[in-house]
Structures are given as structure tokens and as C-alpha cells.
Design a protein around this ligand. Structure first.
Ligand code: M6R
Length: 657
């Protein structure tokens, strides 16, 4: 592939943002015919492939065209009509009473909601109280609740439900602190005020700031979320994703983690967040737009699979707030009601069902609440015994899966409390539940679930921890310790992903097989199920998963010389028994490929191939252990010439029964 160099540089911490951002500052003389609003929208359209729910642009109007910077204002248009939002903005720009004449600076955003439902009010850019500062943000402000309270107490009026809006007010706050109450002063630059504001934020961000005082300069900054800067043709542009800039800039730079820059049409002045000057180094970009949309991967599944560490990190950010409470995204269930829960049911389909199976172990272990996991389409027809003290958790990436929706309708009819775990803000399941926890995986385009599976698991695990704490089974310091272990998962997942080449070699060895068996025990069993599902759906191989202890009750009759068996054999309570099960199939001639922890010579001695993964506590291990199985299915599918993003007969969202 032609783009290896960029792949190494761009995704040092994450590959892609959840939201799309664009910032353009240009020399009016070099602007050509296209109004800036149109250019911003064009750039945002190049990010449309990722999906979004609302969008907005803000332009500097007046100022440079008239008689000085002081009469510049911000002209903002936002729309929340799902993936039609950019079209809507175009229409409004065209029909605006006075189209903005400024061609100097503007920012734009496509939003995939994480905090606050998709609405015009929650769409970016967000303004400060004075309307002189506009901000677009990609990322998660982890401490936004505390900051919003602080800002409100000091007189700021927040107009949205988003975490992002606090950034505009923090910048305003820094400017106010500098001059008492007077803005528009010469004392502090927007760069300096933004730098100070960002030091008050925990979490991730890529931002662009437009300030009416700054003529055509813009401030951009990033921590954990990506930001690429492009320059050329009298323009300087910054974007969350490279496709927005391709073909429009002559040279490209990546802002490193923790860097902030003031950009003008001719210059980039960068610093770190401590104010030390930094030099941006140009990168060579040879991607075309299609390659860039996939961050250089050949397909979305490859990209999304590799985004898992970031997705899990985002999902964990800011969830346990200072007093040890879990921040549910929306809830009409009280802590007292949660304390009364005497039975948990998790319902879902496909990978969402598997994530429930994984978490059953942790949930029962930590909370001691009996937990049943059901396939949604079975649950609704099996006359389940529910009451007001039952908690039914509907897990659905899309939030639109008909079977899961019907399952939660039944639960509500039977008076149970219903909580949704979904990746799509304001999806049907979230509107029809009593409480919601969102996974923050960002858009998943590939039909096969990867990053949404791992984020569902950590979301459910956090919920389990919270229930355990509420019921007095785990103390706050114990949940904190487990949260720390959860926070270490992205590092371990990245480590597992870095072994892609070794998995590919095994894929070459088995790509010609017709039938595969997957075995596991305890939390390894749902990992086996998920590995087999991936292999079925994208590589079209007959892949069956069994609890390893069940082999001798029937399935072992299918094992013959050369049969390939994938064994999830990472460390845990049942590893010795797993070794016995591996020996059982080995002695019947199976070729065994084991998923095992680094340095596990015991498992290696039994297997033909080992896919090594780093070790973590066994209740949390599935999100790490599943990675080689996802990669294996991915490589086998590609070796067999299958379209991994659009497997035959499958839809991403199943909205029929
Ligand atoms: O959107 P949902 O999570 O409700 O979707 C459930 C299943 O349709 C989904 O997980 C499906 O099995 C995936 N293709 C698995 O990779």
C-alpha cells in the first residue's frame, strides 16, 4: 500500500474522530470565486461517509471587509436533519438575507452526538455568551459537568446540552479574567486564552476557535483526537480527518498530541499546552480521497477494527464522576430503584447478544444479582418472568434492531425497568427506555461489529460496577481499582492489534478450510462465539463455537484429522480444564490454534499455532482476547476475496423481524 508512512504518523493515539471538523483561514485575494461557506460545506461533505446527525458552520463577517476588526461578527448556521443537514445548510446559506461576504475565516462541524441529543441547539459551532467566540470540537470533555456548574455559577449562560460548549465559555472566562469584565482587549490573544482554557479540561479534544477579534487567524488544538493541518494556495486549513483537505492544500502537517496553533493564510505558530514553542513537521501524503476516508486501510472493517482502543478509551472517559456515581447518559431510574433490582436480563442480537454473554460473568460476580442473557427474538416469545424489580438491558449498536425493540417493549409492558446500551444517540431504543448508556464507538460502517462489540462490553462492565457499588457489595475503592484496570485495556488492545502480521500468517494457513470449530470456557466461550460469528459473516466459512466442556457430549464426533479448532485458552480459573479439552481434540487429529497469553508455554506446548495476547484480569480479558479472532476472520475473508464491508445477505441494521 502506498500510504504506510501516513498510517504510522496520523493515528499515534487514534485513527479517526467521532465528529468531523474543518477550519479555514484564507487570504481574500487568493480566494477565487467560491464563497467560504461553500468551501467549508464541500470539505464537510468529504467527511459525510462516516455518518453524522447534525452540522453547522460559522464565518467571520464584516471586520476585514469594512473598516476594522472591531465590527466583525460571527455568522452561524446549524441544522439537525440527520445526513441531510449539510444540504439544509447549503439551502439556508443560499437563501440567507445577506450572504456572508467574508472570505477570510470560518469553521465547520459534522456531529455524531455523544452528549446531548442531535438537535440544532446541540449542533456546533458553539458560541460563548458574547457571541464573539465560536468553537467546534471533536472529542469528549470528561469534566464538563463540573466545568458547566462552575461556569454557570460565575454567570455564564450555556445554551446546549453538550460537553463541547463549555470550551467556548472557558475561553471567554480566560479573557474576562484577564481584563475584569471587558472583552475585546489587546492584552490576551485568542491563542493564549484557548491554551489556558484547555488546561482546565480533562478528556480529549480537537478544536478550532474563531474569534471576532482575530481578523482572519484561527486557533486549533488537539489532545488525543486527531487534527491535520494543510497549507497552500493562500489558505491554511485544519481538519479532523485528511479527506477534508485532500487536493486543497500543498503541504500537510499533523498537530501532535497536546499542541495548539494559531493559523493564518501564511503561517502556523505552534506551541504545546505549556506555552513552549513547537515546530510542526510536514508529512508526505499520497492518499487519494477514498484511501483517506479509510485512514489508509483497504476497507472500513480494517479501520474500525484498529480503532477499538480509542473507542474503548472514549467510552470510559468521564463515566465515573467524582463522588463515585456512574454518569448515565439519560435516566429515569433512580439509585433506589437500581438498589431494588433482584434480577437482570440482557437482551440483544448477534454481537450485541455476545457482549451480554461476556458481561454476565462480571455482573453476577460483582453484584451477586442473578443475570440472564437472551437473544432478543427468543426473549419476546418465551413468556419471561418480569416484575418492577427486574432490570432489562437492551443492547443494540444501532438502537433500531426490531427484535431488540420488541423485546424491550415486552419488558416495559411487564413493568420492568429498561436500560438501553446503544451507539446511536436518540435511536429508537434510547427513546423507548428508562435509562441510556451510550457506547462512544463513533460510526461503524462495516457490517461486522468490531469496535461496537468491545465498547458494549466495557459499558456493561461499568454498569455492573455501579450496581455492585450501589448495593454495597463493592466499595468505592474496589470499583476504582477495577476502573483503573478497565482504563488499561486500550493499551493492551493496541498491543494485541500490533500483532496483526502474526495473525495474517495463520490466516494464510487456514484460508482454504470449509469448517472451523471455536471452543472456550467461562468468558472465553462468548469470545469463541464472537470469533466464529465474524468468520461466518465475512469469510463465509462454517464456523461453530462450543463451550469446550460440552465437546464430549456430541460435537467431538465431528473432529477428524486436520480439523481446525480455535481455542480461547488465556489464563483464568478454567485454563487447566481448557488444556484438557485441547488435548481431547488434538488426540483426534485436530489442528489447534490457541489464543494464549504472552509467555504461556503450557498452552503453546499443546497447540499447533499460538495467537498471543497480553494478559489482563480474566473478567476483563475478552475485549483483548477477541482481537486475534477478529483479525483472523478479516484476513481469511480478504484472502478468500470476500467484501468484508458488505458481506452477502447481511444488512448493518435489521429493522424487520
Ligand atoms: O445494531 P444491533 O447491535 O442491534 O445489531 C445486532 C446484530 O444485528 C449485529 O450485531 C450483527 O450480528 C453484526 N453483523 C455482527 O457482526
Amino acid at each position: 500500500m502506498q500510504i504506510q508512512a501516513q498510517r504510522l504518523r496520523l493515528p499515534s493515539t487514534r485513527l479517526d474522530g467521532v465528529c468531523g471538523i474543518i477550519a479555514i483561514t484564507r487570504n481574500p485575494a487568493a480566494a477565487g470565486e467560491q464563497p467560504l461557506a461553500g468551501l467549508l460545506i464541500d470539505c464537510l461533505e468529504r467527511l459525510e461517509y462516516r455518518g453524522y446527525d447534525s452540522a453547522g458552520i460559522a464565518l467571520l463577517v464584516g471586520g476585514m471587509e469594512s473598516d476594522g476588526a472591531d465590527d466583525a461578527t460571527i455568522w452561524r448556521i446549524r441544522a439537525a436533519v440527520s445526513t441531510q443537514s449539510l444540504q439544509e445548510i447549503k439551502k439556508r446559506v443560499q437563501s440567507a438575507p445577506r450572504p456572508p461576504r467574508s472570505d477570510s475565516a470560518g469553521i465547520g462541524h459534522t456531529r455524531w452526538a455523544t452528549h446531548g441529543r442531535p438537535s440544532e441547539q446541540n449542533a456546533h459551532p458553539h458560541l460563548d455568551c458574547t457571541g464573539n467566540i465560536a468553537v467546534v470540537h471533536n472529542g469528549i470533555v470528561e469534566n464538563w459537568r463540573e466545568l458547566a456548574e462552575e461556569l454557570t455559577a460565575s454567570g455564564h449562560e450555556l445554551a446546549s446540552e453538550t460537553d463541547s460548549e463549555v470550551i467556548a465559555h472557558l475561553i471567554e472566562d480566560e479573557l474576562r479574567m484577564d481584563t475584569g469584565t471587558q472583552l475585546h482587549n489587546n492584552y490576551m490573544t485568542t491563542l493564549e486564552a484557548t491554551r489556558r482554557a484547555l488546561r482546565r479540561i480533562t478528556g480529549s479534544f480537537a478544536i478550532a476557535v474563531l474569534d471576532t477579534r482575530s481578523n482572519s487567524s484561527l486557533v486549533v488544538a488537539r489532545r488525543l483526537s486527531p487534527l491535520v493541518v494543510g497549507m497552500g494556495g493562500g489558505m491554511c486549513m485544519a481538519a479532523s480527518d485528511l479527506p477534508a483537505l485532500l487536493g486543497l492544500s500543498g503541504s500537510y502537517y499533523v498537530l501532535e498530541d497536546g499542541e495548539i496553533a494559531e493559523i493564518t493564510p501564511e503561517s502556523i505558530k505552534a506551541q504545546d499546552l505549556d506555552g513552549q514553542a513547537r515546530t510542526l513537521h510536514p508529512i508526505h501524503v499520497s492518499w487519494d480521497i477514498e484511501a483517506a476516508q479509510k485512514s489508509g486501510y483497504d476497507d472500513f472493517m480494517g479501520k474500525e477494527l484498529h480503532e477499538q482502543p480509542t473507542a474503548v478509551m472514549d467510552t470510559l472517559l468521564g463515566r465515573f464522576i467524582s463522588d463515585g456515581k456512574l454518569a448515565l447518559d439519560e435516566t429515569r431510574i433512580t439509585d433506589d430503584e437500581l438498589r431494588e433490582v433482584d434480577k437482570v436480563f440482557i437482551v440483544g442480537c448477534g454481537s450485541s447478544f455476545h457482549s451480554g454473554l461476556v458481561v454476565k460473568h462480571a455482573l453476577e460476580h460483582w453484584t451477586r444479582i442473578p443475570t440472564e442473557i437472551d437473544i432478543s427474538s427468543e426473549f419476546r416469545y418465551r413468556d419471561p418472568i418480569l416484575s418492577s424489580s427486574s432490570l432489562v438491558i437492551g443492547v443494540s449498536q444501532s438502537g433500531e434492531t426490531m427484535d431488540t425493540l420488541q423485546a424491550i417493549h415486552l419488558a416495559r409492558r411487564l413493568n420492568a425497568k429498561v436500560l438501553a446500551v446503544s451507539n446511536v444517540v436518540d435511536s429508537s431504543i434510547t427513546r423507548q427506555s428508562d435509562g441510556v448508556l451510550y457506547t462512544r464507538a463513533g460510526p461503524e460502517i462495516g457490517v461486522a461489529a468490531t469496535k461496537t462489540f468491545s465498547t458494549q462490553i466495557v459499558t456493561l462492565q461499568m454498569l455492573a460496577l455501579y450496581l455492585a457499588q450501589l448495593r454495597g457489595i463493592l466499595y468505592h475503592d474496589e470499583t476504582s481499582l477495577i476502573m483503573d484496570q478497565l482504563r488499561d485495556l486500550p493499551r493492551l488492545m493496541q498491543d494485541a492489534l500490533d500483532r496483526d502480521e502474526a495473525v495474517r500468517a495463520v490466516a494464510e494457513d487456514i484460508a482454504g478450510q470449509r469448517d472451523l470449530f471455536y471452543i472456550g470456557r467461562n468468558t472465553g466461550y462468548p469470545v469463541a462465539l464472537e470469533g466464529a460469528l465474524k468468520m461466518k459473516e465475512i469469510a463465509y466459512l462454517r464456523a461453530e463455537a462450543y463451550p469446550a466442556g460440552e465437546l464430549k457430549h456430541g460435537p467431538i464426533a465431528l473432529i477428524e484429522p486436520g480439523t481446525v479448532v480455535l481455542a480461547v485458552a488465556t489464563k483464568g480459573r478454567l485454563q487447566k480444564k481448557m488444556h484438557t479439552n485441547i488435548s481431547e481434540v488434538k488426540s483426534r487429529g485436530a489442528k489447534v490454534i490457541a489464543v494464549a497469553n504472552d509467555g504461556d508455554t503450557g498452552t503453546a506446548a499443546l497447540a499447533d499455532h499460538v495467537l498471543y495476547v497480553p494478559e489482563t484480569v480474566s473478567l476483563l480479558a475478552p475485549v483483548v482476547d477477541v482481537i486475534p479472532l477478529q483479525l483472523l476472520a478479516y484476513h481469511v475473508a480478504r484472502l478468500r476475496g470476500c467484501d468484508v464491508d458488505r458481506p452477502r445477505n447481511l444488512a448493518k441494521t435489521v429493522t424487520v423481524e
